[in-house]
Write a protein that binds this ligand. Structure first.
Ligand code: HEC
Length: 178
């Protein structure tokens, strides 16, 4: 009885293992077939794919990747919206990808999106308000500001010192005249 139960559980686990989406395969597929137009976290020709599994159903994504244009022609509202939002650039069909291959790609997208949410964000930038990193005098560039202030202070000290020396020389000359 117990032995049977265990073997059923083991069998179930094996089935789950076999059907679980594999992000490593997905990564290879993504790089070969999608990366020319898509990045997970950045918009290229196509939209950034991070969070696409939350925006759309898996079934919708699979149908879209296989044949987006026929969905648009068939009047799928979401597909048309995405198409219009991306300057009506058509995504090529991928009829040779199986449902499982697309699930693998989605697993990779999910993994990649959670790994580095915004690795290239500067520490002080807010979404939609990226500060170019080329502004040396920005108060956000703390090391530069500190170096700048130190430099200004050194120049001031030097000037004060020079003025003092001049004053001293002047004083000595006055003394000599006396
Ligand atoms: C030649 C460029 C190109 C390639 C290659 C490409 N796409 Fe796209 N993709 C687009 C464009 C452009 C859109 C915008 C919508 C449209 O064209 O209808 C898009 C839209 C999408 C969307 C909908 C996004 C959303 O926000 O709803 C998904 C999902 C998608 N692509 C997945 C993929 C996958 C997976 C692959 C690889 C198998 C792939 N794409 C390959 C250009 C491409």
């Amino acid at each position: 009885m117990n032995g049977k139960l265990i073997s059923v559980i083991v069998l179930l686990c094996c089935c789950l293992q076999a059907t679980a989406a594999d992000p490593a395969t997905g990564k290879k597929l993504f790089q070969a077939r999608c990366a020319s137009c898509h990045n997970v976290n950045k918009k290229l020709t196509g939209p950034a794919l991070a969070g696409v599994d939350q925006r759309r159903s898996e079934d919708w994504i699979i149908r879209f990747v296989k044949a987006s244009q026929s969905m648009i022609k068939a009047g799928d509202k979401t597909a048309l919206e995405v198409y219009n939002a991306n300057n009506q650039v058509a995504m090529p069909d991928h009829p040779d990808l199986s449902d499982d291959m697309i699930r693998d790609i989605l697993a990779f997208v999910k993994e990649e999106a959670s790994k580095a949410p915004q690795a290239d964000e500067a520490p002080f930038s807010r979404p939609g308000q990226k500060e170019p990193n080329l502004m040396p005098l920005s108060i956000y560039n703390l090391p530069f500001m500190v170096a700048y202030i130190v430099l200004v202070m050194i120049v001031i000290i030097l000037l004060v010192f020079l003025v003092n020396v001049k004053g001293y020389e002047h004083h000595m000359e006055e003394k000599k005249k006396e």
